[in-house]
Structure formats: structure tokens, C-alpha cells
Write a protein that binds this ligand. Structure first.
Ligand code: F6P
Length: 471
């Protein structure tokens, strides 16, 4: 199958990607999240300027700020140590930090992390109501700093803080991560509290950038750095390994195989650790926002399938929920099983049970159970068809030594590179996301109508729904 990758000139595409070419052509940008985890001595150029010194200046800024908050030398407006950190952001400005901080909860600092993403006021209230404004730090994360949800939530949080601690507290309690320095200034965040981002980092690939500030606060700067090292190790594997032994390449080709030749519409992600319970949601954005495209790089509508649906839940919970359909349903669902040889808390008896299920499921999906075997077990004839398992269901097993910042960095980067390869194979642009714009535009028009109690032309369904809402 690597012949297809060669035919699609994957190696040349990889050189453009790692080398900083404008491969995000519809937005006129390079795609260089790989540079965010490159070592200090590397030289990667955008507009003929080496970006690595700037990358490491931000890493140093993250390290010293997070260390200061953790050890209390950076404190609240009344000199108290911070106890809680609220990450305000959505999409890539939320899912990466949220997923990683859950995944590395074992390595957690004393700071309690909270995530405020949805513009839903109930979600905002639920987060704020249990916090003490005097010891809460807000990290406002938005690459564009124009995202409605993030600006609304940050404004509400700011009022909540000012009501208790006064206007002056904002300087100590708010930091921001963005490319848009002007908007941060307009919002009233101290320029000294700004962590910059670059436009050559896409939101869904940004957890390695200053977007990872909450991660560094939540698990400590050393663990954050280890995660970067893990991702870099995977980048090196991807860049330097023959296609047929290259993990992201083989994974992408396998996805293409089932997606395009077997009609599989989705791919399930089943981590056998509760720590990775947010990984499927994180990968939903990474994969579906990247490769959910129906126009190829020449602007033609494609006549083949592209990005698949991503979904999943940790095992063993998922076994008791949707595995019935994977085993005996009519849909073909390739599944990734992600497991670890060693538990973190040392409860080996639990871990053996967990992993016995992990191996049993992939064996069951592969081998199934024939009519003959079912009959041999003495099952009553009328029940035989219900107890047969067709088998031959595809799974990919990813077995890792231990869940550490290093191995997690490798795992996440592996999926990032898989996304890249798929985009090359499908000849689509993976790094734009125009498909999210229309809904945003319509929402802002409708919001004006709701607030100003003004009617305007919509289709009949939307008009009647708005009538009911405004009643
Ligand atoms: O709506 C899609 C999107 O642009 C994502 O790609 C991005 O991760 C998210 O919104 C948040 O964007 P920002 O970081 O600019 O607030």
C-alpha cells in the first residue's frame, strides 16, 4: 500500500510541511506545529527568519510563569497563592489543554484546573460558583481573540472578579494567549501578561504552543517539556522512517483502506485508561476539522470519501455501551485500541483485568465465533444465529509502556502526523476550516435580531423557531 503514498508524493509533501512551505494554501500560511517541539539548535525558517529562538523564548516564558504560580512567587492581587486556574477558550484553545491535563492528572500540581468553553451561561455559572475570586487565575486563550464564546466568557469572568476584588485585580488574575495583541489590549489585559502565538500554528495543533500554558500550570513545566520532547521524537520517527515502517503513514493508509475501499464511515478510538477519556473528543476536532473536506486541492468536488467520523469512549465502559454494534451490527467500524503495559497507581490486579479485556476484545473482533462453534457449545438451535460473531472486524492495537508526559506527546503527535498523511492521500487541504464560518455568521445575525427584537427574513422553519423563542 505504500505505493499509493509514493504515487501521492508523500515524501515531497513532508519536506514542504517540515520545511515551512505555505501548505495551508487557502489561508496563505505555513503549518509548523512541529517547530514548537523542535530543539533549540534547529533552524526552521518562515519568511527567511529562523523561528526557533522565538519558539524557545515562549517556552521559557511559560516555564518561568508556571513555576512562579506553582511556587507562589507569582501571586494574586492580595498576595495569596493561586489555588485554581480557569482556562477560557474553545475548540483548539480548550480541547488540547483539557485533554492533556486529564490525561496527566497523575502528575498534577496543587493547582486545580477548570475549563470554561461553552458560551452556555449555565456552564459558566457552574464553573465560577465553586471558586474563590481571590485565589483564581484566568488564562484566556484565543488565537484570533475574536471568538464569541471566549470573549463572552472572559467578560463574565472579569466582572465576577472585579465585583469581589476590584478593577485592579485584573492585572494579577488575567493572562492571555493569542496572536492578536491589539484585541488583548482592548480587552484590558496587561501586555506583560500576554503569551504570544504565531499564525503558522493551527488552533487544533496548538497545545504545544503558549496554548499549553494551562497544561504547564496543571502538571508543571518539566512535564510540559517532556511532552514536547515526546512529540519531537515522533516527528523524527515520521520524518526519517521508511514509509512501510512509519507509524503515522501505516495508520493513515489503514484508515484510507477501510474508508475508501470498505465503506467504513467512522473510526472508534478506545483508550483503555480513564485518564484518556477526553482523547476521542480532542481527536474529533483534530481529525474532523482537518479532513472533513469535499473539495480537492484544485478546487474540484471530490468523487471519493475523505475524512471519517471519530468517536469513542474508554474501555471497559464502552464494552458495556456500544460494543454490541461493533461486534454484531451492520456497520464496519475500525477501532483503535490504546493500552498501557503498566498502571500508574500500581493496582496490578485491576490492571490485569483491564488489559485482559483489552486483548480479549481485539481477539473477539478478529476471530468472531462461527455457527459451528456456537452449536458445539450446545446452544439451542433457535438461538444459534443470535450468538454468532462474524469476526474479521479491523482493529489497530497501540500498546504503550506507561502513560507519561513523554509517551503522551508521542501519541498525540502520531495522530497529528496521521492527519497530515491522510490530507496528502486524499489531496485535500487539511489546515483550513472554512466549514465552521457560515454558522458563526448566521449566529451573529440572529443574535442581533433576538437582542433588538427585530424580525428579518429566514426560511420558514427558522422563522417559526425564532418566533417561539422570542415569545
Ligand atoms: O471555530 C473553529 C475554530 O476556529 C477552531 O479552529 C479553533 O480552534 C477555535 O475556533 C477557537 O479559535 P480561537 O482560538 O481563535 O478562539
Amino acid at each position: 500500500m505504500t505505493a499509493l503514498a509514493e504515487e501521492c508524493q508523500l515524501k515531497e509533501a513532508m519536506n514542504h510541511y517540515f520545511g515551512g512551505s505555505m501548505i495551508n494554501a487557502t489561508e496563505g500560511r505555513a503549518v509548523l506545529h512541529t517547530a514548537l517541539r523542535a530543539p533549540r539548535n534547529q533552524d526552521i525558517r518562515v519568511d527567511d527568519e529562523n523561528i526557533i529562538p522565538g519558539v524557545h523564548a515562549v517556552i521559557d516564558q511559560i516555564k518561568s510563569f508556571s513555576q512562579g504560580v506553582i511556587d507562589g512567587s507569582i501571586s494574586s492581587s492580595n498576595g495569596q497563592a493561586f489555588t485554581d486556574v480557569v482556562n477560557i477558550g474553545i475548540g483548539g484553545s480548550d480541547l488540547g489543554p483539557a485533554m492533556i491535563s486529564e490525561a496527566l492528572a497523575y502528575y498534577k500540581t496543587h493547582l486545580n484546573l477548570h475549563f470554561m468553553s461553552n458560551v452556555d451561561g449555565d456552564h459558566v455559572s457552574e464553573v465560577l460558583q465553586n471558586l474563590n475570586p481571590e485565589t483564581t487565575l484566568f488564562v484566556v486563550v484565543s488565537k484570533s481573540f475574536t471568538t464569541q464564546e471566549t470573549l463572552s466568557n472572559a467578560t463574565t469572568a472579569k466582572h465576577w472578579l472585579v465585583d469581589s476584588c476590584g478593577e485592579k485585580a485584573v492585572a494579577n488574575h488575567f493572562v492571555a494567549v493569542s496572536t492578536n495583541l491589539q484585541m488583548i489590549n482592548d480587552f484590558g489585559i496587561d501586555p506583560n501578561n500576554v503569551f504570544p502565538m504565531n499564525d503558522w500554528v493551527g488552533g487544533r495543533f496548538s497545545l504545544w504552543s503558549a496554548v499549553g500554558l494551562s497544561i504547564a500550570l496543571g502538571v508543571g513545566p518539566d512535564h510540559f517539556e517532556k511532552m514536547l520532547q515526546g512529540a519531537h521524537a515522533m516527528d523524527m520517527h515520521f520524518a526519517n522512517t521508511h514509509l512501510h515502517e512509519n507509524i503515522p503513514v501505516v495508520l493513515a493508509l489503514t484508515t484510507l483502506w477501510y474508508n475508501n475501499f470498505y465503506g467504513a464511515e467512522s473510526e472508534a478510538i478506545i483508550p483503555y485508561t480513564q485518564y484518556l477519556h477526553r482523547l476521542p473528543a480532542y481527536l474529533q476536532q483534530g481529525i474532523m476539522e482537518s479532513n472533513g473536506k469535499s473539495v480537492d486541492r484544485e478546487g474540484n468536488t471530490v468523487d471519493y470519501q475523505t475524512g471519517n467520523l471519530i468517536w469513542g469512549e474508554p474501555g471497559t465502559n464502552s464494552q458495556h455501551a456500544f460494543f454490541q454494534l461493533i461486534h454484531q451490527g451492520t456497520k464496519l467500524i475500525p477501532a483503535h485500541f490504546i493500552g498501557f503495559k503498566n498502571p500508574l497507581h500500581g493496582k496490578q490486579d485491576h490492571h490485569d483485568k483491564l488489559m485482559a479485556n483489552f486483548f480479549a476484545q481485539t481477539e473477539a473482533l478478529m476471530k468472531g465465533k462461527s455457527e459451528e462453534v456456537v452449536r458445539r457449545e450446545g446452544v439451542e438451535e433457535s438461538l444459534v444465529p443470535f450468538k454468532v460473531f462474524a469476526g474479521n472486524k479491523p482493529t489497530t492495537t497501540i500498546l504503550i509502556d506507561k502513560l507519561t508526559p513523554l509517551s503522551l506527546g508521542k501519541l498525540v503527535a502520531m495522530y497529528e502526523q496521521k492527519i497530515f498523511v491522510e490530507g496528502v492521500l486524499w489531496n485535500i487541504y487539511s489546515y483550513d476550516q472554512w466549514g465552521v464560518e457560515l454558522g458563526k455568521e448566521l449566529a451573529s445575525t440572529i443574535l442581533k435580531e433576538i437582542v433588538n427584537k427585530k424580525k428579518s427574513a429566514h426560511d420558514s422553519s427558522t422563522s417559526s423557531l425564532l418566533r417561539v423563542y422570542n415569545r
